[in-house]
Design a protein around this ligand. Structure first.
Ligand code: HEC
Length: 128
């Protein structure tokens, strides 16, 4: 009776160990795979050529990446509001630079441009 109880406990302990080992081994791998997947989506790759592109890489990357920019579609007025807000927040842009960026965003990420499927899934906190 005593022995079998110990055996049972041993078995339980072994099972727990196994679960722990699988969790430890599999956990980070799943995480890594997810991170690797996300890294393949570089917001930088979604900016079409045009005046304003370089300005964005200079003036819009200090505080956040550009995922939330390429994953959204706004009207010209909407992008103007966003750029104005970023300047208010501290984006280092001259008035003419802001205008160039606003026009570029309106043309590149206007409501008529479809959002790439892979960006849709990743976008968080976007306002509609
Ligand atoms: C001084 C820091 C700073 C700079 C520079 C900056 N942003 Fe932002 N931006 C923020 C903060 C803070 C938020 C709100 C929190 C968040 O979403 O990370 C934000 C949010 C956003 C959002 C999501 C909210 C929305 O209105 O759609 C977009 C898009 C965006 N920024 C684009 C830009 C663009 C384009 C530029 C360059 C013109 C820029 N940001 C420069 C600080 C900055």
């Amino acid at each position: 009776m005593k022995l079998s109880k110990i055996d049972f406990m041993k078995g339980t302990a072994l099972a727990l160990l196994l679960v722990a080992a699988v969790t430890v081994l599999a956990g980070p791998r799943v995480q890594e795979r997810r991170e690797a997947q996300e890294k393949t989506i570089l917001p930088e790759n979604y900016f079409p050529d045009g005046a304003g592109r370089d300005l964005i890489f200079q003036g819009c990357v200090q505080c956040h990446d550009l995922r939330n920019t390429v994953a959204q579609r706004k009207t010209a007025a909407g992008w103007k509001r966003t750029v104005d807000e970023m300047i208010w927040r501290g984006a280092p842009l001259m008035a003419d630079e802001a205008e160039t960026i606003t026009k570029y965003l309106a043309v590149s990420f206007g409501p008529d441009k479809p959002i790439p499927e892979e960006l849709k899934k990743k976008s968080t906190g976007s306002k509609h």
